[in-house]
Ligand binder design. Sequence first.
Ligand SMILES: [Zn+2]
Length: 249
Amino acid sequence: MRVLALVTHPDDAEFLCAGTMSLLGKAGWKLYMSTMTAGDCGSKELGPQEISAIRRQEAANAAALIDADYHCLEFKDIFINYDQPSILRVVAHIRKVQPDLVITMSPDCYMIDHEITSKLVRTGCFTAGMTNIITPGQEPFNKVPHLYYMDPIEGKDKLGQVIEPSTVVNISSEIELKTEMLACHVSQREWLRKHHGMDEYLIAMKRQSEHTGQKIGVPFAEGYRQHLGHAYPQDNLLAETLSEFAVLR
Ligand SMILES: [Zn+2]
């Protein structure tokens, strides 16, 4: 079985789903971590090419800790559009990976790049099997993968409304590894450390994991909502696979 975490920026997966990815790896799944952008706007000192090169490597280092394959789809920060070329790029990637399960950004989040990513991945999963959608070099993928949305950053949408997850995964056993993965993003961690005068990067991740854990009475957890619209698989493959760790709400 294969899981593809297709998120917007290097570090989004490390914040929101790395514990779950690690558990799926331990269950024998092949892991793919992909980002839409290389995080080219993630620096005040370095130009877009310099910081992108650094952040691609940081993301690859983090993915390597759980033996995941890392790939960047080379979109640009702030300029992710819902249009034909973007949809085709996402469809081609899904066809290449052939995932059984896809994890992506919340459709409701503080940042439009996150929300557009969510829409592109939703359409990509639905469309990857359509023979009349042509992606050179890639054959149509003959199923709609199970699709899950991670919790938004800080668990709230852009209006401050709390987004309640319906599947919560206990990642307490993975929190140290998840922290190590996030710490691979040295460029972002250092920037926040200077800015806040403390290790806000790692603290913020742990704070959210802890807050989600409280929802099911465990130290640390990650929350998801499953896409259950027409034509998508209706069984909860994530919860069934991680039955020892997952709680439905
Ligand atoms: Zn992000």
